[in-house]
Design a protein around this ligand. Sequence first.
Ligand code: G4P
Length: 529
Amino acid sequence: MSLVDEVNSRRTFAIISHPDAGKTTLTEKLLLYGGAIHLAGSVKARKTTKHAVSDWMEIEKQRGISVTSSVLQFDYEGHHINILDTPGHQDFSEDTYRTLMAADSAVMLIDVAKGVEAQTKKLFRVCKERGIPIFTFVNKIDHFGRNPFDLMDEIENTLGIHAYPMNWPIGLNGNYQGIYDRATASIELFEKDTSHGQRKLASTKGSADDPIFKELLDEDVHQGLIDDIELLDMAGDEFDMEKVKAGQLTPMFFGSAMTNFGVKPFLEEFLRLAPPPQPRKAKEGVIEPTNDVFTSFVFKIQANMNPQHHDRIVFMRICSGQFEKGMTVTHRQTGKTLRLMQPQQFLATERTIVDEAYPGDIIGVFDGGTIGVGDTLYAGKKQVTFQDFPTFPPELFARIRAKDSMKRKQFLKGMTQLAQEGAVQIYENLGSMESYIVGAVGQLQFEVLEYRLKHEYGVDLEINNLPYTVARWIQTNGHDYKDLKNIDSAMIVKDHKQRVVLLIANEWQTNWIVERNPDFTFCTTPDEM
Ligand code: G4P
């Protein structure tokens, strides 16, 4: 296959949702239809152990949550699919945001009974900022749920994106029996599932005009469907692919991951509409995926995936060209030449060595500690620098130190490595060599830090939460930061690039301090400086 064909056959996307909306179940069903697994339930062992095999770390197993994001790959009818798994836990971290940087589109999963929830909103915002296409899957229509028109309104009002239903649930008062497909005006009624969704579901399909459906459906259900469709056609948005591509219109699907209602039609329609790997912005210009020269950026680093070996895997998204095992690339940030040996791809817990990979694919390579998150790797002579990842403003802060001062060396090493991995943001605590200040976007990041320092570096941490919620990077404009006024209640620290950061209790205090220091510029993230 040519590079163009390889690129066009790929779809790389993330599923974003609030915990419990059914992300694990949907992922599992997509793998089931893709033939990557044969019996659903093998990704997530039911009831007993509630974790997906995409969870690697021990802490994830203990808490039954997915802390790190991993990648699942499978093929479906000529498409190569990369699903970027984002943690569904409320206390998510920067890892989630970064993973979204590697996706070309997102599937927003919504529980039909609960609608748009808090976590969905946060993740949606990141996708919207990137301007990537967002597809909506309204899940759990096998049980009672909200009126689909209400859900459309909610999506439009709370997320500011118009929804175009591609299909429509058939049934009254949340008692759904099947799905009407708008493009083909056909109906699919599902057989009652007896296998708890473990096997592909049989169904009756046909044109909506087929008299059989009048017989199969109750009269008021049939009439209700006709009325709904009429209303949608008259009052709803037009389908506009350009708006979908720009992230202004979301194609909306109804289904049930557990019972397999509508999973296959969703997958097929999604693959048809979702974009193949897109061009990426670099400082030197836009890099087209079909450009022959290999380029990639690192969006995630996972140290100690195998604690016995202290390995460190760097995950990169290929942006252009062909990757070949053992190829030599340049690491843009250090200028070093590296050979990419033992590149890995992932199907759940199984890792396989890849011989070749293409734009849109995610590969992991071992690295001793040279490569950082956001870095660029490229082949060829022409320098390429993918744009820096945005820094996400931390909202939680803590002072940490090693309980045992004899462990200082391991403490420093662990902190440096985990900060480089992007597990937390770390700041220098002015006036103290023994402790650091760490910033995070979720409390779970501190817990992961504590757990990992103990298990991977043998260091017990003392963590003291600090009463700040706001960080401001200070642009001194030629002044000395020591001349900042009225900052008694705030704390001054320095980030890893020695930039001055002020930690402040809340927004109100922040405004107060800003007003009293007109000579300085207060930036929400270092990217603004
Ligand atoms: P998450 O990864 O987004 O957190 O959600 P997960 O797939 O774990 O699903 C959360 C719960 O919702 C699970 O129930 C799952 O079975 C259920 N679920 C997922 N899809 C559907 C659906 O289409 N319909 C219905 N009715 N339920 C669905 P659980 O009781 O927590 O676990 P389990 O005992 O079913 O494994």
